[in-house]
Ligand binder design. Structure first.
Ligand code: M6R
Length: 629
């Protein structure tokens, strides 16, 4: 969704901001812009905005920003008002120029109140309303000041101006409803940026030359790994010298605590791959190894190593039921997790979409543990589900990829994935990392509850994944051959059912072709009506006890002239003989099969999308992290 970057310091700011925006492109956006604080304080803010990509903004603004060292920038994913230049951020109102991520729910009411006073708005955005509110509160304080001291805003000492702005901001925060992050500068107050994190993430970075603020780590890690996540509800004030966090209720200031993030700048580069998605697919063996690193038990019967071993043990020994809640790909990981937990640890598991869970008055009985799964750790619905569970008093845990993210911070237990930055909008390596954490967790819970656990097959995973990825080109070619199919059906049973759903989601997302995922046993209940020679079915069939049943379903498709692509064990000649095309996989444990079978699925989608010349890393209409409902 929208992305924010800001900087104040000694470096030239324009390129730094535009580079920062390009690191946030993956979040999804339709317009971009920046505002620079002029070197000469008598001049106006330099504001530039454009519809389209950051590269356009860079091209269109080559002539500006050679001297300025302070500014704010934004990528906009339209919510209120169509994507056009007028609605693009920053919004300049009076002395205030502001960028915003999130939604101001009472913006219409505020707008009409201003309009009744004769205020005109230029854009259709809720952002401009917020800027106007801060500005009008600032003007009110300035008027009071004038009555007392006779001085106008610009004549006041810096500290007084700063305090007036902070007062106006605190007042405005009490008047708006919604969840948002904002960043703004005020003319006449050079050297300061002001922001608020109220439900949309914000992180600040400490560099030797100045202070950086952004919506997420990706925009910062080229400059620093010393970061602090702005606490929910806090105001942040930045100057070249550092930061203050201010509690809006009391006005009390504190100094942020910084932590070192273990991500390298290299990780946000394509490193020779044509797309981030392709790089991320190929990173999966390493991601699995990193996620498991230091956690695997020495021998069968030994515990997995978690960050909070004692509390982990108590939690899972007493757990009666698990709820797994997530969105999109993470939801499919949760579905696979249900198979792991029920089969190994014998705990009943319910899986729910976060957007449904949060509005359904869920029943969370004592002894229930609720886990949320999220790559970004900022997905609005998932976060709301977590908060609801916390309010209802059940213990929560997260399987999350972004260190310091809101979901990670607000869950009682953390089982982190170590996938590193995932930039491609279509989730790949985060999914496999989620599966591996859920599998390890389920094995460990099984051990704690006295059931058989055998972590041995985990050690082979990276090797088997490498083997599969060595044939990446052939899977991509197969994907390209699907271009003339009207629909692609993905089917599987057991843990392959959620994988079928994930395969279909990936294909839809990046190739814009119609795809459906189905439990193989459900075909006869409807979707088989779709079958003709223009329908391709990808049959996920590892050699487990369910395969004979899956093969019967395959026969039904075959007899109706459907085109069949089988993915099964290399040695399974019978399965292969029933297919038009066949992808051979290494033999594996039932539970680890999803981690291997997902690889050709990702590459088939990638190959088709590439053949169709789609924008693979930034598919139309999608945002990487869905931070609004
Ligand atoms: O960051 P999250 O894992 O919470 O995101 C959840 C979904 O938005 C995400 O998985 C989405 O479905 C992906 N684009 C799928 O590839």
């Amino acid at each position: 969704m929208c992305g924010i970057v800001g900087y104040v310091g000694r470096e030239k700011v324009k390129d730094l901001l535009v580079d920062g925006l390009s690191r946030l492109e993956y979040r999804g956006y339709d317009s971009a812009g920046f505002a620079l604080y002029p070197k000469d304080d008598t001049a106006n803010f330099v504001v530039r905005r454009c519809v389209g990509v950051v590269a356009e903004l860079r091209k269109a603004t080559q002539d500006v920003g050679q001297t300025e060292t302070q500014g704010i920038a934004h990528t906009r994913w339209a919510t209120h008002g169509v994507p056009n230049e007028v609605n693009a951020h920053p919004h300049l109102t009076g002395l205030t120029v502001l960028v915003h991520n999130g939604i101001i729910e009472n913006h219409a009411h505020l707008r009409s109140a201003f309009q009744e006073q004769g205020v005109a708005f230029h854009s259709q955005t809720d952002t401009e309303v917020f800027a106007r509110l801060i500005e009008s509160n600032r003007e009110w304080h300035v008027q009071k000041e004038k009555e007392a001291s006779g001085k106008d805003f610009l004549d006041l000492p810096t500290e007084r101006k700063r305090d007036i702005v902070l007062e106006a901001l605190r007042q405005s925060m009490r008047q708006v409803d919604g969840h948002y992050a904002i960043l703004f500068m005020v003319k006449g107050l050079p050297g300061y940026l002001f922001g608020v994190q109220s439900g949309a993430p914000m992180v600040v970075g400490r560099t030797p030359h100045g202070s950086l603020i952004a919506s997420d780590l990706h925009a910062l890690i080229r400059h620093t790994r010393e970061v602090s996540f702005v606490p929910h509800g806090a105001i942040v004030e930045a100057s070249a010298e550092g930061y203050r966090y201010i509690d809006p209720a009391s006005g009390k200031a504190s100094t942020p605590k910084f932590e070192t993030i273990n991500w390298s700048a290299q990780e946000v580069e394509k490193e020779g791959y044509e797309h981030f998605m392709l790089k991320e697919i190929h990173q999966q063996p390493l991601v699995v190894a990193d996620t498991l690193s230091g956690r695997l038990p020495q021998e069968a019967g030994d515990p997995f190593i978690w960050d909070h071993p004692k509390a982990h043990e108590v939690l899972w020994k007493n757990c009666k039921k698990v709820y797994l809640v997530a969105c999109g790909t993470a939801y499919y990981a949760a579905m696979v997790g249900k198979y792991f937990l029920e089969r190994w640890a014998r705990i009943p598991v319910e899986v729910d979409l976060a957007s449904e869970f949060r509005y359904r008055s869920p029943i969370l009985e004592p002894g229930t543990v609720l886990g949320v799964i999220s790559q970004s750790g900022e997905t609005a619905d998932t976060l709301a589900a977590l908060r609801l569970a916390n309010e209802m008093g059940v213990t929560t845990f997260s399987v999350c990829n972004v260190p310091g993210s809101t979901i990670m911070r607000e869950s009682s237990f953390q089982y982190p994935t170590k996938a590193g930055p995932e930039i491609g909008v279509a989730s790949t390596k985060a999914f496999t990392a989620q599966l591996v954490v859920l599998a390890a967790l389920a094995q460990d819970i099984a051990r704690l509850r006295g059931f058989k656990a055998d972590p041995a097959p985990f050690a082979r995973l990276p090797h088997d994944m490498e083997q599969i990825l060595a044939r990446a080109q052939s899977y991509m070619d197969l994907g390209a051959r699907l271009a003339d199919k009207k629909t692609i059906l993905f089917v599987g049973r057991g843990a392959m059912y959620p994988l079928a759903l994930e395969g279909a989601l990936k294909l839809k997302e990046i190739s814009y072709r119609h795809a459906e995922g189905y439990a193989a046993g459900e075909l006869k209940h409807g979707p088989i009506a779709l079958v003709d020679e223009r329908l391709a079915t990808i049959v996920l069939g590892p050699s487990d006890d369910l395969l004979p049943k899956t093969l019967s379903n395959l026969e039904e498709i075959r007899s109706r002239k459907g085109y069949i692509i089988g993915i099964g064990e290399e040695s399974n000649k019978n399965f292969k003989a029933l297919c038009d095309e066949y992808i051979g996989m290494p033999a594996t444990d039932w539970a680890l099969a999803p981690l291997l079978y997902v690889l050709p699925l990702q590459l088939i989608s990638y190959g088709l999308a590439k053949h169709l010349e789609c924008d693979i890393d930034k598919p139309r209409n999608l945002a990487k992290s869905v931070t609004v409902e």
